[in-house]
Design a protein around this ligand. Structure first.
Ligand code: SF4
Ligand code: SF4
Length: 273
């Protein structure tokens, strides 16, 4: 079966056994047109995603360098999310009564004027990063943040500190791919359910999602996220496709050598912030 996503891609047939069940479970939740059920569906999906990433890491025998308080990757980076992921973050902010809403609106206004390269050069910290480099929305952080695991934090530091050099960082390919496939399955399920399945910049999307009634409008099929759509997002879709094809200039993918199980069972990946 051909698996068509937001980018109109045909994915490798080996990916279908993972994608189709995930797509089905999310699609069935979305068909009820109920914001609460949609919210629960993605929270459950995050649990499955975490297990897939941990399994991919354990099977690879390669341990990413990510650890709490290491937040280089949260500076100047455009995080792509689906509308549903942004809605879950907004719901979390509302429930926690945090004061992050104003920071989100200010950061969204700044970021709307920047394309991906300009944002990277700005080193603008994610508004969810606190002064200790901890993610304040860790439990509901998007799939892109969950799957971004790198093998050497000094590479991340050098890349962020010297944006003009456009240095590559070495990603943990199995974890990255496992996470990316899940996110694509969710987007495909949204498309199946005739919902807005586009990808948006995280902060702009959360700024929209914080507006009253945004979740209810989205599950009814309204394009409430048009306000978060930016011309530069079109350009970034090409980057996403390149990353999924392991062909990005900024990211090196590292896969385990055959029959190597170094470190398997000795350590577990630490949350990155
Ligand atoms: S990707 Fe991992 S190692 Fe790199 S900055 Fe982020 S948490 Fe640190
Ligand atoms: S949401 Fe959290 S993990 Fe993702 S970029 Fe922001 S601070 Fe970092």
């Amino acid at each position: 079966m051909r698996f068509t996503t937001i980018a109109g891609q045909s994915l490798a047939v080996e990916a279908v056994p993972l994608l189709e069940p995930e797509r089905k479970v999310i699609r069935e939740s979305l068909c009820h047109r109920d914001a609460g059920r949609a919210h629960l569906a993605i929270v459950d999906a995050y649990g499955r995603l975490e297990r897939r990433i941990q399994t991919a890491i354990a099977s690879s025998g390669m341990i990413p360098a990510c650890h709490p308080g290491c937040g280089w990757c949260c500076h100047g980076v455009k995080v792509n999310v689906t509308a549903l992921e942004a809605l879950v973050v907004a719901e979390h902010l509302n429930n926690e009564s945090t004061s992050l809403g104003e920071a989100v609106q200010a950061a969204a206004a700044r970021r709307r004027t920047m394309n991906t390269d300009q944002l990277f050069a700005s080193k603008d910290p994610c508004p969810f990063l606190d002064s200790s480099n901890q993610c304040q929305i860790y439990e509901v952080r998007p799939s892109a943040c969950r799957r971004h695991c790198c093998m050497d934090s000094s590479e991340c530091e050098r890349a962020v500190s010297n944006p003009e050099l456009k240095l590559a960082v070495t990603q943990h390919a199995p974890a990255n791919v496992a996470g990316a496939l899940s996110a694509l399955a969710w987007a495909a399920a949204m498309e199946d359910a005739h919902l807005d399945y586009r990808m948006f910049e995280l902060i702009s999307a959360v700024a929209v999602a914080l507006q009253p009634g945004a979740a209810e409008k989205w599950v009814r099929g309204e394009r409430v996220f048009d306000a978060a759509a930016r011309a530069v997002d079109e350009q970034d879709q090409a980057t996403i496709r390149a990353e999924l094809g392991n062909d990005s200039g900024r990211v090196r993918q590292v896969a385990p050598p055959a029959n190597t199980w170094k470190g398997h069972g000795k350590k577990r990946r630490q949350p990155r912030s």
